[in-house]
Design a protein around this ligand. Sequence first.
Ligand SMILES: Cc1cc2nc3c(=O)[nH]c(=O)nc-3n(C[C@H](O)[C@H](O)[C@H](O)COP(=O)(O)OP(=O)(O)OC[C@H]3O[C@@H](n4cnc5c(N)ncnc54)[C@H](O)[C@@H]3O)c2cc1C
Length: 500
Amino acid sequence: MPVYRSEMLRRLEEEVFDLLVVGGGITGAGIAQDAAYRGLRTALVEKGDFGSGTSHASTKLLHGGLRYLEQGQLRLMYEALRERNRLARLAPGLAQWLPFLIPIYRRGWKMERMGAGLWLYDLLAGLPRGRVHRRISREEALALAPHLRPEGLRGAYLYYDCRTNDTRLVMEVLKSALRGGAVAANYARVVALEKEGGRVAGARIRDELTGREWTVRARCVVSAAGPWTDQVLALDRPGEPPRLRPSKGVHLVVPASRLPVAAAVLSPSPAGDGRFIFILPWEGAVVLGTTDTPYPGDPDRVTAEEADIDYILAAASQVFPEAGLTRADVISTFAGLRPLIGGNAATTAALPREHRIWVTPSGLIAVAGGKLTTYRTMAAAVTDRVLRHLRRPRVPCRTGNLPLGAETATEVEALARQFPELREPLVPGLPFRKADVAYAAREELAVLPEDVLHRRTRIALLSPAHGEPQRGVVADLLCRFGEEVAAGRGEGRDRAPGRY
Ligand SMILES: Cc1cc2nc3c(=O)[nH]c(=O)nc-3n(C[C@H](O)[C@H](O)[C@H](O)COP(=O)(O)OP(=O)(O)OC[C@H]3O[C@@H](n4cnc5c(N)ncnc54)[C@H](O)[C@@H]3O)c2cc1C
């Protein structure tokens, strides 16, 4: 059954909801899914496209986060490892196991501590069979990552985590929410909160494609606005001090041919700033990252600066000097803001990654922080709060056993069988077909070409031309299989091509 935005907008305007979720990143999508399956009449609005905030710009790992060992955040690590394992079971297409390699150059307490840390990592993960870490030889390490600096290399630790496609994960969670009965619209911005007797009772929404405004009525409103949390909270209580200390993280995408790796590589950053540099084989390319710098500016304008790109290239070149990576190798960059909760730590890198839930005196519930990996447990905690707020019986969370994304490939294939012209590839050398666009238009609420090029597929990141030559074809397919195209708009308009 096709899902169309106009139908979603009509329902948002006519129905009264138990819950309105503000924000369609992984957190909002997770809450909408959880709430819908617990029987709440649920709505979600997203000011841009689903997954266009932080959730498009992660390192694309479902992981426990080895770095949290240093910060002693064992609870977060335990929870994240359990969720990683669960997603690998529920969503095998979106959580693929991958070996991770930590090169060892020096003997010493740091490396011994890393080894002990990996034991703890495996123990907290329940010692997954066949995926417990081990030491490998220098030769094995070089076979997995041939461009590693060979001088002084003694071997490596090999451990396992999962790789994902973050915007696809958001979309599959959101589709699951829709199947559970939720209503959701992209390009629908909350511009004000509606109150009755001092209590939040809905929100004023602006359709960002037409400028039309209307009110969504809801008994409870949850903000899942990531780095925009302070802005949404200000709609409730203007002038409150900020609660977040956002930190910017940048990644680069380079062709796999320039940095062939059969495992992800994790190395302490040669800059000696206590960070790790990640090299991840991803969607046929390689992702390098990341930075961690305070970002007090407008979250809508975050982008990779020259200094970010230089930092990552310099770090990667020290880990892989043989590759000789230069600016010319960078296909694209992406930048996002970690919605970290403010604290006293000296650097954003040292801030905890746990989530926090606030309830304002007028009953607005806000959640921020956390990780892509732990979206489901965050959503469960928020939905528990919502049920209490609504004075509803405590229905148990059901998302722990819901498979994700199992039917998408079959449904795309069915479209390709029904319309043979959709079997044509979209971009030479990339695995996307016209059927992916038709499916995104019919089932995934894609309305603009960039929804398809940036998020339903990752053509904008993976193709050196960023999908620009395909824009017309995509727009035509959206017209034919969807219902609405607002040509000429685009969130990347004022950015250099390839920087997202
Ligand atoms: C560089 C980097 C690397 C990371 N790597 C990983 C990783 O590998 N693994 C991992 O588990 N986690 C990772 N994370 C963390 C993870 O990406 C985030 O925790 C997660 O994506 C946050 O999702 P969210 O839904 O809370 O926020 P967002 O994805 O930002 O979603 C919030 C949404 O709210 C919308 N919104 C804001 N205001 C309004 C409004 N007024 N009306 C309607 N909608 C509104 C925004 O448009 C946005 O889409 C990383 C984060 C960063 C920055």
